[in-house]
Design a protein around this ligand. Structure first.
Ligand SMILES: [Zn+2]
Length: 336
């Protein structure tokens, strides 16, 4: 069995001792897009004993450009990402435990998903769930690794509870609704998430083998420009999460989706109820689909869905009764 990992064992900082620790490790990857695909592939090939992947989405053609774990057949078979990921990964390494879970990670289930993990990896595309991971990680004393990529740029940061600044020390609060760019609005080239996911994987390996050489800086990469920067992030004096006030874990900011009976539509409620700038949102959505607005509502059509957005952040998503899909569309195009 060890022959499979012989080249990794030859690498001095891991060695046979490190390899055995990897074999006993348990990593949880939340979100299986471009980042999650690469992280999962790397950790499974590296022989991490148990890898759990959680994702709520199905695979679409525009994912294939950068989401390494999926292919056209998965789309023809209509597979959710977590199921396709598990199937492909089991073919790569049958000697470890691999678990794909189709779920929308939220404040009611995250603690169950991370129980027993040695490290949590962020493969997400939205801030709300990252704040949630942050709270859960601090509460249960499990290190997590933030990663985000958009266009040609990305960031990576390791959060070790009680030892480093946390994600909320760094980002403070959710950005105003409708202002955040995502891959679905600003686009993305594959090298950006590939670099970030690789940098996340390196730190996960270090955490799993108990290395003291953890990189505690925020790493900022621009793949197009070929630049790397490291920034020190200091713990924030009055950070609620660091003080044990887990507001995201309490569901205080949770975006809630509920199917509207008999209407083939889902209502998405944003508890923050901030006033949205329709003008800014229109500018952002214009290149992607049909968008129009007046004082009272903004209408946006993408693929087969129509989204009707209200000034307080509430939205009705038409042509689906799938609440998880509605939350996902909301996160992608409106932001949270
Ligand atoms: Zn903090």
């Amino acid at each position: 069995m060890m022959d499979r990992y012989s080249r990794q064992i030859l690498f001095e900082s891991i060695g046979e001792k490190g390899q055995k620790k990897l074999g006993k490790g348990f990593a949880v990857i939340i979100g299986c897009g471009a980042l999650g695909s690469l992280i999962a592939t790397s950790l499974v090939r590296a022989g991490v004993g148990k890898v759990r992947i959680i994702d709520r989405d199905f695979i679409e053609y525009h994912n294939l450009q950068r989401q390494l774990l999926f292919d056209e057949e998965d789309i023809r078979n209509g597979l959710p990402k977590a199921v396709a990921a598990e199937r492909h990964l089991k073919k790569i390494n049958s000697s470890i435990e691999i678990e794909g879970i189709v779920a929308d990670v939220n404040f009611t289930n995250i603690e169950k998903f991370i129980t027993g993990a040695n490290v949590i990896l962020d493969g997400l595309d939205n801030f709300e769930t990252r704040f949630l991971i942050n709270d859960a990680s601090l509460k249960h004393n499990i290190p997590w690794i933030y990663g985000g990529a958009i266009a040609s740029t990305g960031m990576r940061m390791v959060i070790i509870p009680g030892k480093t600044a946390c994600f909320r020390c760094f980002v403070n609060d959710l950005p105003p609704i409708g202002t955040v760019q995502t891959c679905d609005t600003a686009g993305i080239i594959s090298p950006a998430p590939f670099i970030i996911a690789s940098l996340q994987t390196v730190e996960a390996l270090k955490i799993l083998i108990g290395s003291k050489e953890i990189n505690k800086d925020l790493t900022v990469v621009d793949a197009w420009a070929g630049t790397f920067n490291r920034l020190k992030i200091s713990p924030l004096q009055n950070c609620p999460s660091c003080q044990g006030k887990y507001q995201f874990l309490e569901g205080k900011f949770e975006v809630v989706a509920s199917s509207l009976c008999g209407q083939n539509a889902v209502q998405v409620l944003n508890p923050r109820q901030e006033k949205i700038s329709f003008h800014r949102l229109e500018q952002r959505l214009k290149p992607l689909g049909k968008v129009s607005y007046n004082k009272f509502i903004l209408r946006f059509t993408i693929d087969n869905y129509e989204m009707v957005v209200f000034p307080d952040g509430r939205a009705i998503i038409k042509n689906t009764d799938d609440e998880s899909l509605a939350r996902s569309l909301y996160a992608k195009y409106i932001g949270n």
